[in-house]
Design a protein around this ligand. Structure first.
Ligand SMILES: *[C@@H]1O[C@H](CO)[C@@H](O)[C@H](O)[C@H]1NC(C)=O
Ligand SMILES: *[C@@H]1O[C@H](CO)[C@@H](O)[C@H](O)[C@H]1NC(C)=O
Ligand SMILES: *[C@@H]1O[C@H](CO)[C@@H](O)[C@H](O)[C@H]1NC(C)=O
Ligand SMILES: *[C@@H]1O[C@H](CO)[C@@H](O)[C@H](O)[C@H]1NC(C)=O
Length: 357
């Protein structure tokens, strides 16, 4: 005989089981919703990129909308979009492409990366000289070699072998900047103490205690795109930090830092003080957080909060988009907030979105 108490317990057990089944059903639905949302809900294609470089957004969007150049449509969007900044550095704060961010020797060098979400293929160039469309060379590294990153003069050699033109990246603008910087005692710089270099001796009293990172010194175009087929690509192009020590490679060509994307989840890209930010693999981390179901905005905010715990003065920003077409961004130590660009098929034109505290 089953006592009243026992029956009561059975009811509770059954109710609990039922509850678990219902909860399981809903969490499975939520899971399926996260990973299999139909394309028509997403307003694809979609592209986001850092800063106000809205023509790059438009070019990326139009490239995808018109069906791309190759079958990797989102990647074509990334390449053509970033190419726009590389060809028009004056419209991209001189932080991408030629004619900007000279190093201690007055040279402009380029960093770039692309990633294809369906296969996780990556190609990148670092500290590349004398070739303008760096992101296109990065794509060649990905598609024509088994390597991931080529750097320096040999990246240039590779680019020339691939048919790219060799050109000066310095201009009268960078030459003038460099002269002024030398005349002002080579401040700021990235050394931690007095040092001798080929440029001469720098004494303690001539040093900037902290290098100045900010809007104009240190940024990048970082871009994430999802094409009509739901494929995700991401990429970055940058001319690095102004007055960098020759040889310095920034975060832009470092996969997981400059950008990262997974077809099942979405993608993220970053901009800012790359020397510090690359220590956290922020773009990869944001994508992994989104994979766990986190909204892109919250993922970016958590990542920025973590960096600030270790480097309270680090300046920069992260943008992200998930497979549902939800976007998010977060920034740190940018006094005027952080602008980024968005275009999707629900919008007549690209828009600049500025986040501020
Ligand atoms: C975008 O490109 C057009 C020319 O195609 C140019 O007139 C305009 O100034 C550019 N806008 C920005 C914000 O760079
Ligand atoms: C760029 O720098 C190189 C090496 O210093 C120099 O030969 C060249 O004339 C410069 N080009 C421009 C446009 O200033
Ligand atoms: C730099 O070189 C000078 C001699 O030219 C030497 O006295 C000094 O110790 C050197 N400083 C450093 C930091 O190496
Ligand atoms: C951050 O900047 C403040 C103000 O310039 C300075 O006092 C502080 O030492 C800096 N902190 C670090 C960790 O660099």
């Amino acid at each position: 005989m089953i006592g009243r108490e026992q029956q009561g317990k059975n009811v509770i057990v059954r109710a609990t089981l039922l509850l678990f089944i219902i909860m399981g059903f809903f969490s499975m639905m939520a899971y399926l919703h996260t990973y299999n949302t139909p394309a028509q809900l997403l307003h694809l294609p979609i592209v986001i990129n850092t800063w106000t470089f809205i023509n790059a957004t438009r070019v990326a969007y139009r490239t995808m909308q018109s069906g791309g150049v190759t079958e990797r449509i989102a990647l074509d969007g990334i390449e053509k979009g970033c190419n726009w900044c590389e060809a028009h550095p004056d419209h991209c704060d001189f932080t991408v492409g030629y004619g900007g961010s000279p190093n201690e020797w007055g040279q402009t060098t380029l960093d770039a990366m692309v990633m294809w979400g369906p296969t996780r293929e990556v190609g990148a160039v670092g500290y590349m000289k004398r070739v303008k469309p760096a992101i296109s060379v990065a794509r060649k590294v990905m598609e024509r070699t088994y390597h991931t990153i080529l750097v320096g003069d040999e990246a240039t050699t590779f680019a020339v072998e691939m048919g790219f033109e060799e050109e000066d990246l310095n201009t009268t603008r960078t030459a003038e900047m460099w002269r002024e910087w030398k005349a002002a005692g080579r401040k700021p710089n990235f050394w931690k103490g007095p040092h001798n270099s080929t440029q001469g001796v720098t004494k303690r009293k001539e040093m900037n205690e902290k290098p100045e990172f900010g809007r104009w010194n240190h940024d990048t175009i970082g871009m994430v795109a999802i094409d009509q087929q739901g494929n995700v690509a991401c990429g970055v192009s940058s001319n690095g930090a102004t007055w960098k020590i020759p040889g310095r490679v920034g975060d832009a060509p470092i996969v997981g830092s400059g950008a990262y994307c997974e077809n099942e989840v979405g993608g993220a890209a970053e901009t800012g003080d790359g020397d510090v930010m690359m220590r956290f693999s922020p773009s990869n981390r944001v994508v992994q957080m989104m994979k766990g179901g986190m909204h892109p905005k919250e993922a970016c905010e958590r990542m920025v909060a973590e960096i600030l715990r270790y480097y309270p003065n680090c300046s920069g920003a992260i943008i992200a988009v998930n497979k549902q077409g939800q976007i998010g961004a977060a920034y740190m130590n940018l006094p005027n907030g952080f602008p980024f660009c968005l275009q999707n098929s629900n919008m007549k034109d690209a828009a600049i979105i500025t986040i501020k505290d």
